[in-house]
Design a protein around this ligand. Structure first.
Ligand SMILES: [Zn+2]
Length: 439
């Protein structure tokens, strides 16, 4: 009985050892072992340095490879000794942080599992180099561009920024076989003309405007199919294909032209899931691609899994839609209009409250809201102004239509306490009055 138990323990352990790279198991590993402990949007350069200290303590090779315009250190991390050279860089746009944390977790997991067969295989077959946070100045201000006001991803030809110059140098000196260009896209990007957010979008980047294919390009399609297969069960319908228009000044396109075919990963958002979930999706994707390269299984993936992804789409989705409200203009309250109001919130670090703005007023029957509220039984009044207008703050008071209210009252909110209040992107009063229809 006892020996049977020991045998089965050994059997299960050996199974885990050889198969610990399936998507489900990779997800479990991430849950147990990830070291990124801040929402990516809250990670500053000083936090990155702490993460990198952690990697150094694990004996990973972390080297300063250059400085930003404001003299912040830019680092490269390395793992493995194999012949296949994989180069990744993240956060060349300062407000696109998700993959930076995923890279830290990836290196940590690889290094701490070096005794496992699946990692030994990776170590022997692949050399990974990654630059997490190529644009530390932009990150500090949580802005897309560099401190010089230049979009580093449009500087591959002119090389006016030290960051772009460094990125090109790192490629030219090493000639990697594959590049991963890691970004974030708008949270309201959809996978196809649907109401489904594109939580992750991929693009296998061509090296010219004519879309000439190559062995490396075809391999990257299969690698991307492996990544899609890995995350599809977690986020069905929420994976998109990024627009493949040739951009002559962008890095992905130029890397591909220079001989390092690039895969672009764009992280979006997923309603009801936080940033860490998206870190996990990045981790799963990238680890799966590297695992497939190392064990040769990439050859078994069908490129059509990637090719048939729905194209990224935009303009269909809002954060909130309030439907069928009776809209009151307090300067002329006699003319009540019926309509829908669409509200979006701005991209901010997680630690800040993001302002919410009215983005559309009218009939929005062909649009979707991540949260929708049927307010047909209510008057909707702007909280801090006379009139509801596109571009204004989304601060609303709601009154039941059975009530009689003097809309011209100077201190409206106090004289006529509203039944519900929507402020700073949430209900501060009366949420229970509305049936929310969330996707
Ligand atoms: Zn970007």
């Amino acid at each position: 009985m006892k020996s049977k138990l020991i045998l089965s323990v050994i059997f299960i352990t050996s199974l885990m050892n050889t198969h610990a790279q399936t998507p489900g198991e990779l997800a479990d590993i991430w849950e147990r072992e990830h070291v990124s402990n801040l929402f990516p949007s809250n990670v500053r350069h000083k936090d990155l340095k702490k993460y990198l200290d952690g990697l150094r303590k694990l004996d990973l090779k972390v080297v300063e490879v250059g400085r930003s315009y404001a003299n912040r250190e830019i680092y490269q991390v390395e793992f493995g000794t194999g012949p296949i050279k994989v180069f990744l860089w993240s956060q060349m746009h300062g407000d696109e942080p998700t993959a930076t944390s995923a890279l830290i977790d990836m290196f940590t997991v690889l290094q701490t599992n070096r005794d496992k067969d699946w990692v030994k295989k990776i170590e022997a077959a692949v050399t990974i180099r990654a630059v997490p946070m190529l644009n530390p100045d932009g990150t500090e201000f949580y802005q897309r561009r560099s401190l010089q006001g230049i979009d580093i991803n449009r500087d591959a030809q002119n090389l006016q920024t030290p960051e772009a110059t460094l990125l090109k140098k790192l490629r030219d000196e090493w000639s990697p076989h594959i590049g991963f260009n890691l970004h974030n896209q708008n949270a309201l990007t959809t996978a196809g003309r649907t109401n489904k957010q594109a939580a992750i979008s991929f693009l296998v980047v061509y090296g010219d405007a004519a879309k000439t294919t190559s062995e490396g390009h075809e391999r990257n399609k299969r690698l991307t199919s492996s990544m899609v297969s890995a995350i599809q069960p977690s986020i069905p319908g929420h994976i998109g294909r990024y627009d493949d228009e040739w951009t002559p000044t962008a890095f992905g396109d130029n890397f591909s032209a220079w001989g390092t075919p690039v895969i672009l990963i764009e992280t979006g958002a997923l309603h009801g899931r936080d940033e860490m979930f998206l870190v996990k999706m990045n981790f799963l994707s990238i680890m799966t691609a590297i695992r497939s390269l190392a064990d040769g299984s990439e050859k078994t993936y069908n490129p059509s899994t990637y090719e048939t992804l729905p194209s990224n789409s935009s303009g269909l989705l809002y954060y909130y839609i309030f439907r069928n409200g009776s809209l009151i203009d307090r300067s002329q309250p006699e003319s009540v209009k019926t309509g829908d109001i669409a509200v979006n919130i701005d991209r901010r670090r997680a630690e800040f409250v993001a302002p919410a703005y009215v983005r559309q007023i009218g009939t929005l029957s062909s649009h979707y809201g991540l949260s929708e509220f049927d307010v047909k039984d209510f008057y909707v009044v702007p909280r801090n102004s006379k009139s509801l207008r596109t571009g204004g703050f989304a601060e609303f008071l709601f009154y039941k239509k059975s009530r009689t209210v003097d809309w011209r009252a100077v201190d409206l909110e106090r004289q006529f306490p509203p039944d519900a209040i929507f402020s700073l992107g949430r209900w501060v009063k009366g949420a229970e009055l509305f049936s929310s229809k969330a996707e």
